[in-house]
Design a protein around this ligand. Structure first.
Ligand SMILES: Cc1cc2nc3c(=O)[nH]c(=O)nc-3n(C[C@H](O)[C@H](O)[C@H](O)COP(=O)(O)OP(=O)(O)OC[C@H]3O[C@@H](n4cnc5c(N)ncnc54)[C@H](O)[C@@H]3O)c2cc1C
Length: 432
């Protein structure tokens, strides 16, 4: 039995670790994980990498090293489609930054395939966005954004000698979790840059503008959370423009449908969610309008028992017109059930059905505060509004649970200690 998992993100890596420990180590199955990157970084940390509050090099996990101790094999490759008849997937050639071919085009056979390639932002084909704006879909993009941010701050600090009213304008499209969390991180980064030698850049020199097409921020969360998030960001100095639809992007500007032109030194698109088009091109697989693979309660695709989909790229209808939301907690829950079902399938036992449990949602506004709602374990339909230190702790615990799923409690506890030490011995901001 050969199990191939494509995508080593929040869901895929947890699944590979589980199956590697459970089956691979005992020689009961070959477990193969394929990812386009060599290292894993938990995606909800990307806005911290972009702002520099987190160093991706320190926090990334090497797939190869992790595979070696957890009973699975890691293969580098970019997923390029599925040949369902011959049960194999296509992998595109891997090239380095200079275009040198590291690995040729290949095929990888499977008995059981799990697709876990996540999602990216959706620019809704808005003209100019792909050309002029940046996205925050992966570690490379986050690091690129961070490098540019550092250079802009250095440049601004120099220019302020002659032009004291000069500003750095960062415009973010999309008032979802990514947009609001990044905005708060940028204000924190400004404070730290000032501390680390760029002293001329003060509060009035950073302009962060958030453009949101809808009537409120973080629309997936309760209305009072949206209001609280908006108030906190405005307190920090953000310019929030709701009901503002971006019609196109130009070099250094977003042009809004109402005719407003919002000038920007840095432009980020953080709106919408869409699964890569390659998924929609898989023959005989049903997808929804954002290319998610439609899955049955067992998390197998609706048309093929040998293909599972988990995480953001899985379309699981909740039955009331809603879908399981594209969140880390969904990917975690799906990885957990898919793992159990694959093992049950091998043992000839009936598969279990997925039951999504919404544990609530939190928005972290850097070191300033966190706001959200916790659900479950409180009685039917009850929820708890949380804010400040408690909310921040719960937010951080989501990442800690991911680390526990990958490393177990002991090593995950050591990582907490290592983080505390790094916090003391390293600068609080990545400065290069
Ligand atoms: C900035 C930001 C903040 C977020 N904050 C939160 C939060 O606070 N709470 C929360 O619940 N969720 C949050 N999310 C959403 C959360 O990150 C995702 O829902 C979650 O990571 C989905 O997990 P996944 O395993 O489906 O995909 P991912 O974690 O995205 O992993 C996909 C993996 O597939 C690989 N891959 C992609 N395409 C290919 C290909 N063609 N070939 C090979 N490999 C490929 C990628 O390299 C990646 O390793 C946030 C997202 C972002 C961007």
């Amino acid at each position: 039995m050969k199990i191939v998992i494509v995508g080593g993100g929040a869901g895929g890596l947890e699944l590979a670790t589980y199956l590697g420990n459970k089956l691979g180590r005992k020689g009961l199955a070959d477990v193969v994980l394929i990812d386009q990157n060599q290292t894993h970084l938990w995606k909800p940390l990307l806005h911290e990498v972009a702002a520099g509050s987190l160093d991706a090099e320190v926090d990334s996990l090497s797939y190869r090293a992790h595979a070696a101790t957890h009973g699975f094999v890691f293969k580098l490759g970019q997923f390029g489609g599925v040949d369902r008849v011959n049960r194999c997937i296509a992998l595109a050639a891997v090239r380095d930054e200079e275009g040198f071919e590291v690995l040729p085009q290949r095929r990888e056979s499977y008995d059981q395939l799990v697709i876990a390639i996540g999602s990216g932002c959706n620019d809704f084909n808005t003209p100019g966005v792909a050309e002029y704006a940046q996205f925050l879909d992966g570690p490379r993009q986050a690091e690129k954004f961070h490098k540019q941010l550092v250079n802009h701050f250095i440049q601004l600090n120099r220019k302020l000698m002659d032009e004291p009213t000069r500003t750095l304008s960062i415009v973010i499209v999309g008032g979802g979790a990514t947009g609001v969390e990044l905005s708060a991180e940028l204000f924190n980064a400004r404070q730290l840059f000032t501390l680390y030698g760029l002293g001329r850049v003060t509060q009035q020199h950073l302009k962060v503008t958030l453009l949101e097409a809808g009537p409120r921020l973080v629309p997936a969360l309760a209305e009072h959370v949206s209001e609280a998030v908006r108030a906190e960001l405005e307190k920090l100095g953000a310019d929030i423009r709701l009901n503002t639809h971006v019609a196109r992007a130009e070099k250094n500007a977003f042009v809004c449908a109402n005719g407003d032109i919002v000038q920007a030194d840095m432009m980020l698109w953080a709106a919408g969610v869409k699964v890569p088009d390659i998924i929609a091109s898989i023959e005989g697989i049903e997808t929804n309008r954002i290319n998610q693979i439609l899955v049955r309660p067992t998390l197998q695709s609706t048309t093929d028992d040998t293909i599972y989909a988990i995480g953001d790229c899985a379309g699981y209808a909740l039955g009331d017109g809603r879908w399981v939301p594209p969140r880390a907690q969904s990917a975690h829950q799906m990885a957990s059930l898919a793992g159990k079902n694959i093992v049950r399938g091998i043992r000839g036992k009936p598969l279990k059905d997925f039951k999504y449990r919404d544990h609530g949602s939190l928005v972290s506004l850097s070191q300033y505060t966190a706001i959200g709602v916790l659900m479950g374990n409180l009685g039917k339909g009850q929820s708890l509004n949380v804010r400040g230190w408690l909310a921040r702790m719960v937010y951080i615990s989501l990442y800690r649970m991911h680390q526990v799923a990958l490393h177990g409690w002991f090593k995950a506890s050591l990582l907490v200690v290592a983080d505390r030490i790094n916090h003391i011995v390293k600068p609080r901001l990545k400065l290069h």
